[in-house]
Ligand binder design. Structure first.
Ligand SMILES: [Zn+2]
Length: 265
């Protein structure tokens, strides 16, 4: 069953609208056909847990794609700040922000271009040490780094409450972070809820296509490891999967309805 909202006990997850990113690919061919690229929907996850509110992957800050000629961004009808306001929330009430990884379509939304700093000034920001090290290395060794701007990275490093995890983390009760390096070094998935959690797979499990065995996502840094980690994740007990790049209305694939989950508690 597909949905955009999930509830398991005291934990709730709702997919917000992060807009659409079109990746243009001039001249690439697939099976002799000229590919015009593809569209990625983006879905920041708003998580309600017994201790407060959390956001997993704040999405894309439009300033991030300035100068990226093969990327076109169509912002959501209302921005992240407004979507939070519609739910009676201000950015300052988000206690924790989890970044699955630092690719701009997931992480740059942390950055408020007008304020030139974090959009969530009071939040603890959770990231894996390996992700920071990898991007630091890239910024040092390459002339041009794609998919993340230095100033977004700097704003992240400047966050007062940057929580750097090594492997696993537990940012709040019933919420676990687990490093899964296949997509990018330091990528992490988020498990929400006790017993049968909802799995927020970041870019490891980001669309329905990720469920097919042996699927090769060309954006994976280490395709073999990514495929193995997908299999492992899918074999674990879960009440569903949150698909960051899933279609609106179909961003959560729930294996049980919330009523069944309630009954079985
Ligand atoms: Zn992505």
């Amino acid at each position: 069953m597909y949905t955009d909202c999930w509830k398991g006990g005291d934990w709730q997850v709702e997919a917000l609208d992060g807009g659409r990113l079109r990746v243009l690919r001039e001249g690439t061919t697939r099976g002799g056909l000229r590919s015009r690229g593809f569209v990625l929907h983006l879905a920041p996850a708003l998580v309600r847990h017994p201790e407060g509110w959390m956001l997993v992957d704040p999405g894309l800050e439009p300033a991030w794609i300035r100068g990226e000629e093969d990327l076109e961004f169509q912002p959501p009808e209302s921005g992240l700040r407004q979507q939070l306001a519609e739910r009676g929330l201000e950015p300052g009430e988000i206690g924790d922000v989890v970044l699955s990884h630092l690719d701009g379509d997931h992480a740059s939304g942390l950055y408020d271009d007008e304020a030139e700093g974090s959009l969530f000034p009071g939040a603890r920001v959770h990231v894996q040490r390996r992700a920071l090290d990898w991007w630091e290395h890239r910024f040092r060794s390459k002339r041009r780094v794609r998919y993340l701007h230095r100033r977004v990275f700097d704003a992240l490093l400047a966050c007062e409450d940057l929580v750097i995890h090594e492997g696993t983390g537990a940012p709040a009760r019933g919420i676990l972070l687990r490093q899964t390096d296949g997509h990018t070094p330091g990528h992490q998935v988020t498990l929400v809820g006790e017993e049968r959690p909802l799995v927020l797979g970041g870019d490891l499990l980001s669309t329905r296509a990720s469920f097919r065995e042996g699927v090769v996502a060309d954006a994976d840094h280490d395709a073999e490891t990514a495929d193995r980690q997908r299999r492992e994740l899918l074999s674990e007990p879960a009440s569903g999967w949150f698909l960051y790049h899933g279609l609106p209305g179909r961003r959560i694939l729930a294996t049980r309805t919330s009523k069944e989950t309630e009954k079985n508690r």
